[in-house]
Write a protein that binds this ligand. Structure first.
Ligand SMILES: [Ca+2]
Ligand SMILES: [Ca+2]
Ligand SMILES: [Ca+2]
Length: 468
């Protein structure tokens, strides 16, 4: 069944829940007024005169320093870039007045709640059977597909859920669909048969079979069958790596290796199965249930065992959240093996922000920095943005990933005002005024659309350049 629909219901990005904590009395009330004033100012600065206190002297001094012709307003030329005008001109009249400037310089650090963007117009196809097996539950060999409503040759992200090889469902990551679709990607979440019905090696074969279905069918939904990226979490990261690195799986499914542009592997302790099982205290009951007690089976199910110099491997982003030994050793072992064999592998340490559970609980939320990293890596590997930098180890430390909450609100407001066809992005034809002037600067991958993440990154960069 195909459902094409426009989910264009507006959702307010301006929540005041943090300030409205119960029992905080008079102080909280003042806090609500202050936050409300700051937020209203961000969206409609012309009304910022409702704030009682005047701007700080330093705010006025900086404003006047930029106002070269002394007419009391800042033009795009005086600001130095159309992107800066876009951030500051909240009433859209093409000029920045003192209240708008004041809201920006005095309000950007406000701890506003993140803005929830509207879900993009999406074409969904749910519970599609991708393979059959004797005696198998058909629901376990099925997938859900979400495509931008008017996609054309869009790259495709295929997600493999987690759950100790024995639990979990493709619906677990459904919340990621609008976020990935808004960036112009087709998003596919797959099921696979579970332990104890099958073993991990057969689960990896299921993953490869799902990839074969996607390759054969995704063009019907506007996806590009030559640009698939595979992401997985926990057991799903292990299965994705096994399906892509043991060449027998893709061969048996008839999927050319070159069609797989990237793998994003989120926090698995099982990339090196023999090391996990042999180490005293490393393996848990769930590992024994999945991998058994026979060491020969461990090696066959171990992704690192298939990494070789003379065998291609997709560029890898390995995210490490859990700081316990087995996860650290597993993620480091895979990245080290891939790099030693001459393949691209990034280790992204997200442990300052996430643990194994919160990594997936937050994944796919609109401003989740881990999701933004996965999309940026996939974009680079799919050839839609500059190539990924040489493999290295990086740590994520900031929840807002360089996009302060107040800027998130501004990005959402700009997008929703300009996005006439509700696909979650601004096409060049949709852009007006300062957005039109800044379009080329903001459309980092030059695909004719400015997405939410492109807008957020571009505007954050323009603020950083201006030293505000
Ligand atoms: Ca203005
Ligand atoms: Ca649009
Ligand atoms: Ca773009």
């Amino acid at each position: 069944m195909v459902i094409a629909h426009e989910r264009g219901f507006p959702r307010s990005g301006r929540r005041l829940s943090r300030a409205a904590a119960p029992g905080a009395g008079r102080k909280a009330k003042a806090g609500i007024c202050w936050l409300a004033a700051a937020v209203v100012g961000l969206s409609a600065a012309g009304r910022a005169g409702t704030q009682e206190a005047g701007p700080k002297p330093e705010t006025v001094r900086r404003f006047r320093a930029l106002d070269a012709d002394g007419d009391g307003v800042l033009s795009a030329r005086e600001l130095g870039s159309p992107a800066r005008l876009l951030v500051l001109d909240t009433d859209g009249d093409g000029l920045v007045r003192l209240p708008e400037w004041r809201d920006h310089v005095e309000g950007m650090a406000a701890s506003a709640a993140p803005a929830v963007p509207r879900a993009p117009a999406t074409r969904e196809e749910l519970d599609v059977s991708y393979a059959r097996a004797p005696g198998a539950d058909p629901a376990k060999l099925s997938l859900d597909l979400f495509a931008p409503a008017r996609a054309r040759s869009a790259p495709v992200m295929v997600f493999v859920h987690g759950g100790w090889w024995a639990e979990g469902d493709k619906r677990d990551v459904r919340r990621a669909a609008p976020t990935v679709v808004a960036e112009g990607w087709v998003f596919v979440s797959i099921n696979y048969r579970l332990v104890p019905t099958v073993k991990p090696v057969e689960q990896a074969a299921d993953v490869a079979a799902a990839l074969a279905w996607v390759r054969a069918n995704v063009a019907r939904y506007g996806g590009d069958p030559e640009r698939l990226c595979v992401a997985g979490y926990s057991a799903g990261a292990h299965l994705a790596a096994l399906a892509l690195l043991d060449p027998r799986h893709l061969e048996a499914a008839g999927v050319p290796r070159a069609a797989i542009r990237a793998m994003a592997l989120l926090d698995s302790s099982a990339f090196d199965v023999p090391a996990l099982m042999a180490r005293n205290g490393g393996a848990r009951g769930e590992h024994v249930r999945a991998f058994g007690r026979d060491p020969r089976g461990w090696r066959e199910a171990s992704p690192v065992a298939y990494v070789r110099t003379d065998r291609p491997a997709p560029p890898a982003l390995v995210a490490l959240a859990e700081t316990s030994g087995p996860y650290v050793r597993s993620c480091e072992a895979l990245v080290t093996a891939l790099r030693r064999a001459g393949h691209h592998a990034d280790l992204l340490d997200v442990s300052a922000l996430r643990n194994h559970g919160t990594l997936i609980r937050e994944f796919g939320k609109p401003w989740d920095p881990v999701t933004a990293e996965v999309i940026a890596f996939a974009e680079a590997c799919a050839g839609r943005s500059p190539p990924a930098p040489p493999g290295g180890r990086r740590a994520l430390r900031s929840e807002s990933s360089g996009v302060p909450p107040a800027l998130q609100i501004r990005v959402t407001a700009i997008l929703e005002a300009a996005d006439a066809d509700l696909d979650g992005r601004v096409a060049r034809e949709e852009a007006r005024g300062a957005l039109r002037a800044a379009f080329s600067e903001l459309d980092a991958n030059r695909d004719g659309h400015v997405t939410r993440l492109e807008l957020a990154r571009g505007l954050a960069a323009s603020i950083e350049r201006a030293g505000q």
